[in-house]
Design a protein. Structure first.
Length: 97
């Protein structure tokens, strides 16, 4: 497994839990927040890599500099938070029906 992907998955889990704590009504609980965050972190990091953001070329070549690590942490964390927000809004909308 690629070190960049591991960084994205871990930061996604953290981002999912932070988003869950900030949006109490949309939280799914720590375990599900982490799972959704991991999925969002992986997707967010990969999307940024496909866009050429975050030093994906350096990471693919085996080189990891501080800039690419920070970009992977940010991409994973934001991706995890965004996906949890989306899932939380869907959960809230379904509960109101």
């Amino acid at each position: 497994m690629d070190l960049g992907l591991i960084i994205q998955l871990i930061s996604g889990a953290v981002g999912g839990n932070v988003a869950g704590n900030l949006m109490k009504g949309s939280s799914l609980g720590t375990a599900l927040n982490s799972v959704v965050g991991v999925l969002g972190g992986g997707l967010g990091g990969q999307l940024l890599g496909m866009l050429g953001v975050g030093g994906a070329a350096a990471a693919a070549g085996g080189g990891m500099d501080i800039g690419s690590i920070i970009a992977q942490v940010a991409g994973g964390g934001v991706g995890g938070g965004v996906l949890l927000a989306i899932v939380g809004m869907i959960k809230s909308a379904m509960a109101k029906q």
